[in-house]
Ligand binder design. Structure first.
Ligand code: CA
Ligand code: CA
Ligand code: CA
Length: 282
């Protein structure tokens, strides 16, 4: 190891005295790769946290007295049902922040499946964005951090998962152990399944709450409600077998009541019966 450079002042900190060194680069400066052995004695009778400090090419400095300890958490929400690495850091009495290996990690609250010794956390599926909180210890120091777990998949929660209906909507009406929560179920017995209740904006748990159509005049159909973002199309039939798209359709950006769709080309034969059907698309 050629060209040993002795550390510049200060040779010690408020809490430690540099007692012996095999080789050190210029204190606090960039240095070529080397192994640095530093023996320190604690002035105040505390244990030194580091007596060996190895480094590659880069910045070399001495660990001094820990003045603070904290958990670094993501500023943005992290995804549900995924793995994220958290880390702990020590602030020393020189004002430097250094990443340290926490002695332990624990989950305090929130949708977390587990947290490993390295700070690797696995989030649980959620039905809405929720707060999680963890705790790390380092020696006798302790710190907590909280962050948000984002609802990044709307259809992955509990037994509401993967059925095509948004979990948050299902949870609005159904208990966690409710059996009839699927798209084809009709727990309120109004003849309209949960999928249709969702699309039309009515309660799947109240038989008196249901989408309705009225024939406003010969070729005009009134919809009891129109939901934002859905497309409503009017179909016509004279035999209830074949249905023809009338071309009348509507989409709204807000919830509307009592909206009408008019068939632009109703059959002219005065005695023919006409049936209308509304298609609702998400
Ligand atoms: Ca979710
Ligand atoms: Ca669902
Ligand atoms: Ca129903």
């Amino acid at each position: 190891m050629g060209g040993v450079v002795l550390a510049q002042e200060p040779r010690s900190s408020e809490h430690y005295t540099l007692r012996e060194e095999s080789s050190v680069s210029a204190y606090g400066q960039r240095a070529a790769g080397a192994h640095v052995l530093v023996q320190m004695s604690a002035n105040s009778g505390e244990d030194a946290h580091s007596t060996h400090y190895s480094h590659g090419s880069g910045h070399t400095r001495l660990l001094t007295h820990p003045a603070g300890f904290g958990v670094s958490v993501p500023r943005d929400p992290i995804p549900e049902d995924a793995t994220t690495d958290l880390w702990a850091g020590m602030l020393d009495d020189d004002g430097w922040g250094v990443q340290v290996e926490a002695s332990s990690w624990a989950i305090l609250r929130g949708p977390l499946r587990e947290i490993g010794i390295s700070g690797r956390v696995i989030t649980l599926p959620v039905s809405e964005t929720l707060v999680a909180e963890v705790e790390a210890t380092w020696g006798d120091l302790r710190a907590t951090g909280d962050f948000l777990v984002a609802d990044t998949n709307p259809d992955n929660f509990a037994h509401f998962a993967a059925d095509g209906l948004p979990d948050a909507w299902q949870l609005e009406y159904f208990a966690l152990d409710d059996p009839l929560v699927g798209p084809l179920d009709d727990p309120d017995g109004d003849g309209l399944n949960n999928q249709f209740e969702f699309l039309t904006g009515y309660s799947p748990a109240d038989g008196a709450s249901a989408f309705d159509l009225l024939l406003a005049s010969d070729a005009m159909v009134e919809l009891s409600k129109v939901m934002p973002g859905r497309t409503y199309r009017l179909y016509r039939s004279t035999d209830l077998q074949s249905w023809e798209d009338t071309g009348a359709e509507m989409m709204s950006n807000s919830e509307l009541w009592g909206v009408s769709l008019t068939d632009p080309n109703p059959p002219e034969e005065a005695d023919s019966r006409i049936f209308y059907l509304i298609e609702v698309e998400d």
